[in-house]
Design a protein around this ligand. Structure first.
Ligand SMILES: [Zn+2]
Length: 333
């Protein structure tokens, strides 16, 4: 049975898989069929990734598991920090100055200064904003069930990390000391995973609807029902009648499926795990389903340690103050 299925080097081998998670995992993982991609397809696609934008029309013809995987790896920051640069001349200048290596859509740069605590020179990748945007756009346009299978698998991993693991070293939260800020009861983790996936299933459904793909609605509804088994009665009412479907609860703008693949280090509209009540508050356990949602990274940083309502009040007060007192920053010196 899958357990932290896609997470490499997970440190939880001694923890037995739990049926509650298996049921949810299997219901979602089986919505779309797997594909045995033709041999050599990856090496066929690879050269076109040198410029995702210029080769867009060729790439979209490979609507498959392989293309979805390749695009996701272009978008994901991975271990190496990726900088998105809007100005491609700037990328060329930096490449020349640092002797950077061109590697697909990236330019790899080895920095000239190393930190005091490391022997290696840090490497970072430069990616043009243009290629980033096109990769997102192509990923969002894919229609094959095989591409959806890959997308969903990646989203399950995102949920597993958020719900079950401490950030960084990826230990299960309930294995941490209970004074640790990321400690959570195992029970709460299932509630969080179910809630986060439930929201993703709504977003997935909206994406398929937009693309006029209708064959998967009943398996998605079935998976939603399995997630709902982890909800209490009030939570069911809340997700059905009150929560703004497919939206960020702070800015109330729509969250689309590809937003989950935005670069978390660069893109303020990437999607992160959000809390209604701040987890650092430690007023009881906050790592529970009813406290969990998806939120833009930008909105999450605006929210800080407050609840959504508190933040809105803070922002209202702030705007009111600025309407009374205008600072002319042009005169700052
Ligand atoms: Zn937002």
């Amino acid at each position: 049975m899958p357990w932290f299925s896609g997470i490499p080097k997970i440190n939880n081998k001694i923890i037995a898989p739990n049926e509650r998670w298996d049921k949810i995992y299997n219901s979602i993982n089986s919505i779309f069929p797997k594909q045995t991609a033709p041999r050599g397809m990856r090496s066929e696609i690879k050269p076109y990734l040198d410029s995702v934008t210029e080769n867009r029309d060729i790439l979209i013809q490979y609507d498959s598991k392989v293309l979805a995987n390749e695009l996701i790896s272009v978008l994901r920051p991975g271990r190496t920090t990726t900088l998105l640069l809007a100005d491609e001349n700037q990328i060329n200048d930096i490449q020349r100055e640092y002797g950077g290596l061109i590697n697909g859509p990236y330019v790899n740069i080895e920095l000239k200064e190393k930190g005091p605590d490391t022997k290696k020179y840090p490497v970072l990748r430069l990616l043009s904003k243009r290629n980033y945007d096109t990769a997102l756009e192509i990923l969002g346009s894919l229609k094959s069930p095989y591409a959806f299978n890959v997308i969903v698998k990646n989203l399950i991993v995102k949920v597993e990390l958020a719900a079950f693991c401490k950030g960084g070293d990826r230990r299960a939260r309930w294995r941490l000391d209970n004074i640790h800020p990321e400690f959570a009861e195992e029970n709460g983790c299932y509630g969080v995973a179910a809630k986060l996936l439930y929201y993703i299933l709504d977003i997935l459904k909206a994406d398929l609807k937009r693309k006029n793909i209708e064959n998967y609605t009943s398996s998605i509804d079935q998976a939603k029902k399995i997630c709902m088994k982890e909800f209490n009665e009030k939570e069911i009412q809340f997700v059905n009648n009150i929560y703004p479907k497919c939206s960020c609860p702070m800015c109330l703008n729509e969250i689309s499926l590809i937003d989950f693949f935005r670069n978390g280090r660069n893109d303020p509209y990437s999607i992160v795990f959000g809390h209604y009540e701040y987890r650092g508050a430690r007023s009881g356990d906050v790592h529970i389903g009813k406290n969990s949602f998806w939120i833009h990274r930008l909105c999450n940083s605006i929210q800080g340690i407050y609840t959504i309502e508190e933040t809105i009040q803070i922002l209202k007060d702030l705007i009111l103050n600025h309407s009374k007192r205008i600072i002319d920053w042009e005169l700052r010196g």
